[in-house]
Design a protein around this ligand. Structure first.
Ligand SMILES: [Mg+2]
Length: 263
């Protein structure tokens, strides 16, 4: 028998998420952190005016934009082969707290095997879409982007607008396909998830790796996001229906072993 919960295309495993978060915060390696970001760059990363405007749109109607299709404790839980079989053609990754700890320039060790599986499944069709490296405003020469490409082994998208603003043209040009065939993976509801859903992408939200090292404004923004996302889900809102994953079962199949689909 189908219940209301069966219809919610959101996967969460909170206990596992918090234990992983705790262990990762203790494994912070200060040697890997980028210290050359100025105060203004960090502040700029924290305050996103266009993002605030889009937040108001989400707040006053487009609740669905903030809700990911799939939530997982980390990308290690994803079945990349299943996502590829479903017809998706490329993966767009946020950086901080999705692949790396905040401001770090190496992939968190516990995520490396999953990232390598992703690269195999998608034949290298991955890109990093950051609100710092590769953004013309903060990285006009692309030096951070160049350094990250070497450090992470993933191409870094050069772009002019911060998530959640901006069109998908740069991404579509990079991958040579419609944004609806791309997967957006990022930890922030109001940047990564809103951006992806605005452009018809499949949105996957991993729990942030750690809040250690994050600016105060980002932590506050997370609290605001979490409050509203919980409220909107409680009201029965779900992510926009994706044409390549219309049923909850399809979304479950994207999680490794299909067995951690706890509500
Ligand atoms: Mg992030």
């Amino acid at each position: 028998m189908s219940t209301k919960d069966d219809q919610k295309p959101i996967l969460t495993v909170q206990a596992e998420a918090s234990s992983r978060s705790a262990s990762s915060s203790t494994g912070l390696n200060p040697q890997t952190h980028l210290h050359h970001l100025s105060f203004w760059q960090r502040l700029g990363q924290s305050i996103n005016l266009v993002g605030i405007g889009l937040f108001l749109r989400v707040l006053f109607g487009k609740h669905q934009w903030a809700l990911p299709h799939v939530s997982v404790p980390s990308i290690a839980w994803l079945d990349w082969e299943a996502l590829r079989r479903a017809g998706f053609e490329g993966c767009v990754f946020d950086k901080d707290n999705t692949l790396t700890e905040p401001y770090a320039n190496e992939v968190a060790a516990q995520l490396l095997p999953s990232l390598r599986r992703c690269q195999q499944a998608f034949n290298g069709r991955l890109v990093l879409f950051s609100n710092s490296a590769g953004l013309a405003q903060f990285d006009p020469q692309g030096k951070q982007a160049d350094a990250l490409e070497v450090a992470l082994g993933i191409p870094v998208l050069r772009h002019r607008e911060k998530k959640p603003a901006g069109a998908a043209a740069d991404l579509e040009a990079h991958f040579g396909c419609s944004s609806s065939k791309l997967i957006m993976i990022g930890d922030r509801y109001l940047t990564d998830v809103v951006y992806g859903n605005r452009h018809g992408m499949l949105t996957i939200r991993p729990t942030p790796l750690t809040t250690a090292g994050e600016p105060f404004a980002v932590r506050m923004a997370r609290d605001v996001e979490n409050f509203f996302v919980k409220r909107w889900r409680g009201q029965g809102n779900t992510a926009p229906t994706h044409p390549m994953a219309r049923k909850p079962e399809a979304l479950y199949s994207f999680v490794a072993d299909n067995k951690i689909a706890l509500w």
